[in-house]
Every structure is written in C-alpha cells, then in structure tokens.
Unconditional design. Structure first.
Length: 135
C-alpha cells in the first residue's frame, strides 16, 4: 500500500516516525509529501546565502529522519509551497497524514486518498484501519 506523511509537525514527531517505520517494515510504500522547498528549487530562487543555508540545514534534518525511517530519497516530494493535493492527486495513496486542515480538506475534496489529521487522538487507528480496509 502507498501512504504519505507530511514532515513538519507530523513525521518530525517520534511517535509518527515509529508508525512510519512500522509501515516500512510491513512492506508499505512510504512517502514524504512536504510543503517545503527543495534544495534545487531554493538554489534557483534564492541568492541570499543565509536563506539557502537555513533551507539546506532544515532539509538535512528531513533527510536524516527519512533515512532513519527507511524512506527512499525518491519517495520524497517537495511541493515548493504549493498545495500537496497537486502532487498526490491520482497517484494511488491510501492515506495522507498531516497537521494542516486546509491541506487535508483539499485532499478530501479532490482525491480518493484518505486525509488523516495527526492532531486527532485516533490518527494511528485511522491509518491502520485504512491499511486493513484497502488490502
């Protein structure tokens, strides 16, 4: 099953990392879909070294978490400050876990991917239920 996680305030959390690691160990295709700007796009759009250094340093943390969880680099989508639905629509994701209600509502309105709010107490149950249901 193909699943996706936001990074900031979602996969950056240790409890979500544990769950994502479990998903990887169960053979699911785990992706990160983040609003962040990619290093490549940052180099094209910014000339300020301070800004570039902050972006690179921040993304380095994301890559470290991805490596620790077992998420392949080619399974990281940087949305470059656009809505995530534009990057995941029609791609067959079973669920997307995020803390941003606007992102989740956009997904709900345009795709079959189940949007799940990481700030709800039962987020993990909802993710597991989706994986069981979609088998």
């Amino acid at each position: 099953m193909k699943v996706s996680f936001d990074f900031d305030s979602t996969l950056s959390r240790p409890d979500v990392q544990r769950f994502a690691k479990w998903c990887v160990s169960e053979g699911h295709e785990v992706w990160i879909v983040t609003s962040r700007i990619s290093d490549e796009t940052a180099q094209e759009e910014y000339t300020c070294n301070y800004t570039l250094d902050r972006i690179f340093k921040s993304n380095k943390k994301l890559f470290r978490v991805a490596d620790n969880v077992g998420i392949k680099r080619e399974h990281i989508i940087f949305c470059n400050f656009t809505m995530k639905i534009d990057s995941i629509e029609g791609k067959g994701f079973a669920f997307h876990l995020d803390d941003d209600v606007d992102e989740l509502m956009a997904i709900k309105s345009r795709d079959t991917c189940r949007p799940i709010n990481v700030n709800h107490f039962d987020w993990e149950f909802d993710c597991e239920e989706t994986l069981r249901t979609d088998l």
